[in-house]
Design a protein around this ligand. Structure first.
Ligand SMILES: C[S@@+](CC[C@H](N)C(=O)[O-])C[C@H]1O[C@@H](n2cnc3c(N)ncnc32)[C@H](O)[C@@H]1O
Length: 130
């Protein structure tokens, strides 16, 4: 296996891999971390990462995103009244629809997007077209 797998530590927004060099990319609970903190929880860094992943994938390649939502019953913290309201106020819009829109905005075709118990599993595909 070690002759076929190479482990690297890198930044999700700058992978340092060649364009079109990957068939599949998975990201578990990374994207929700990528914001500028404080009151400015914009999606810029998430989009930066997703566009980098799109670059690295082959045409037809897929990204599989596992991440949080604030809509499932197991997301206890998010449902704690003060925390929930604060997180909404800070506009961490972690709903399946928002994840879908974000991945599409980065240039992926969204093949599926399912929510289970406070988590989203989303599959995006890089177009093979021009
Ligand atoms: C909640 S943990 C998830 C870890 C693992 N994927 C899992 O599912 O168990 C979030 C991970 O995202 C990593 N992370 C945060 N910002 C990152 C960035 N800009 N580039 C790469 N990794 C990042 C953190 O180091 C941490 O390991």
């Amino acid at each position: 296996m070690s002759d076929r797998v190479r482990l690297v530590t890198t930044d999700a927004t700058r992978l340092g891999l060649r364009a079109g060099s990957a068939d599949v990319l998975t990201a578990a609970y990374v994207l929700f971390h990528l914001h500028d903190g404080g009151l400015r929880r914009s999606d810029e860094r998430r989009l930066l990462a997703l566009r980098e992943w799109l670059r690295v994938l082959n045409p037809g390649g897929r990204v599989v995103v596992f991440d949080l939502t604030h809509t499932g019953w197991t997301n206890v913290l998010a449902w704690t009244p003060g925390v929930y309201i604060a997180s909404r106020w800070l506009s961490t819009r972690l709903t399946p629809a928002c994840w879908r829109a974000l991945v599409a905005a980065a240039g992926f075709e969204v093949e599926s997007c399912e929510e289970r118990r406070g988590n989203v599993v989303l599959v995006g595909r890089k177009s093979t077209g021009p």
